[in-house]
Design a protein around this ligand. Structure first.
Ligand SMILES: [Cu+2]
Length: 442
């Protein structure tokens, strides 16, 4: 019987080889000639391999951890059971150092999702989202309605962080503010601006850009001079009203699918609007066929980002219940670390943060009572943006929403994916310092 069991087990292993393997390992990443950084990555590339999965078709993904720290991978924006979601706070197991663990799930919903480390980094600026451990995960529908000639995947990231007391370098920060992270480099994918292959296009093409802000803490506003972005999806979800805009804003963890019509031949910089960020390397060259010369940058008009640009006229359904969430900072003082509070508590005292009943529609009325941005992410669910400031809205579906300083938003979701679900700020330092809570089901 023992032998039979062993054979059955061996057979199962052979019969179910993984669809994908992600190997977590150290990587020496050359962002530009001479600028090599020591980080961690999946399968030796940054971003990791783009996983293209079919909606609803079960996949086996083996995570092999070839580092000396336990880690785990979160499938961001997917409806998967809590024990495979990749957040230890929800009960997903860690992939212990030197071991392999298989994750099996049927991916949904369709759209541009991503995967990344969900480990705690704490003060270690080489771990989790500070590292190269992220990649695209695209859930493809049976038929793709997007009409485009070329597809480009770009993930923004900031590198070489250090803890800085803002009081030391800037005038006028609150004297009680704690340490924040500043970066020495930035990139789209694995190269700094001017050091990678250009994106080669032809006049008349429609290019679909899948854009991801994989930065640990930094907002990105980007533009492509002479061109405009037609936004077709935010966080992977089709927007009710496709609008064409000049600048695109992404907070950490946000994605946008945009279509660009290539109709201004030349050599251009697709890059961060902030001069400082482009100097750090946040940009990529777009080169038309048969065009030569220095890549051109032109500063776009300053237009504030507004989620309601893409809304529908149809009002959102009334919620069954309304819950208030207040976000506050407990400043760490010069040289200390800030702590973060949700309704007066920090993780793990925010377990549970609130409890839901399956099938009910909830409205989270969120207030950011701090001078910092917070991209608030809810795991395992999609929410509808229903109010931004004083403006009622509907139809924009997301899994992460940026709250600007001292602002309010309301988001609605249906409790349709039982199990514990994490709600947290996607700034690595904020989530590590208490800005996290668990939504549970009755
Ligand atoms: Cu935050």
């Amino acid at each position: 019987m023992a032998l039979g069991g062993m054979m059955a087990r061996a057979y199962t292993q052979i019969a179910s080889s993984p669809d994908y393997t992600l190997r977590i390992a150290p990587l020496r990443l050359e962002l530009s000639p001479g600028r090599v950084i020591d980080t961690f990555a999946y399968n030796g590339t940054v971003p990791g391999p783009a996983l293209r999965l079919r909606e609803g078709r079960q996949v086996n993904i083996d995570i092999r951890n070839d580092t000396d720290v336990d880690d785990l991978v979160h499938w961001h924006g997917l409806y998967v059971p809590a024990d495979v979601d990749g957040a230890m706070e929800e009960g997903s197991p860690m992939v212990e150092r030197g071991t392999m663990r298989r994750f099996t799930f049927a991916p949904k919903p369709t759209g541009t999702r991503w995967y990344h480390s969900h480990d705690v980094a704490g003060t270690d600026l080489r771990r989790s989202l500070y590292s190269g451990m992220y990649g695209f995960l695209i859930v493809e529908p049976a038929s793709d309605p997007g009409r485009y000639d070329r597809e480009v995947l770009l993930a923004a990231h900031h590198w070489q962080g250090s803890w800085v007391s803002m009081q030391d370098i800037r005038k006028g920060p609150p004297p009680d503010n704690g340490l924040e992270v500043m970066y020495a480099a930035a990139s789209f994918n694995d190269r700094m601006l001017g050091h990678g292959e250009p994106i080669r296009v032809r006049e008349g093409e429609r290019v679909l850009f899948r854009l991801l802000n994989a930065s640990p803490t930094e907002n990105v506003t980007m533009a492509l001079p002479g061109h405009r972005f037609t936004v077709v999806a935010l966080d992977g979800n089709a927007v009710p009203a496709q609008r064409t805009i000049e600048t695109l804003f992404l907070a950490p963890a946000e994605r946008a699918d945009v279509i660009v019509e290539m109709k201004r031949p030349g050599v251009w910089i697709l890059g961060a609007v902030s001069d400082e960020d482009r100097k750090l390397g946040l940009g990529v060259v777009v080169e038309y066929a048969n065009e030569r010369g220095e890549p051109k940058w032109e500063a776009p008009a300053n237009s504030p980002w507004d989620y309601t640009t893409f809304e529908t006229d149809r009002p959102a359904p009334a919620p069954d219940e309304r819950l208030e969430l207040l976000f506050e900072k407990a400043p760490g003082g010069r040289g200390g670390y800030n702590r973060w509070l949700i309704n007066g508590k920090s993780w793990p005292d925010t377990n549970p943060l609130f409890t839901t009943e399956r099938g009910k529609r909830y409205r989270l009325a969120m207030t950011n009572k701090s001078g910092d941005n917070h991209p608030v992410h809810l795991h395992r669910h999609t929410f509808e943006v229903t109010k931004v400031g004083d403006k009622t809205t509907a139809g924009v579906m997301k899994d992460t929403i940026n709250m600007t300083r001292f602002s309010t938003v309301e988001i609605d979701f249906v409790a349709d994916d039982p199990g514990p679900s994490l709600l947290h700020c996607h700034h690595q330092d904020h989530q590590d310092e208490g800005f996290m809570g668990l939504m549970t089901y009755l």
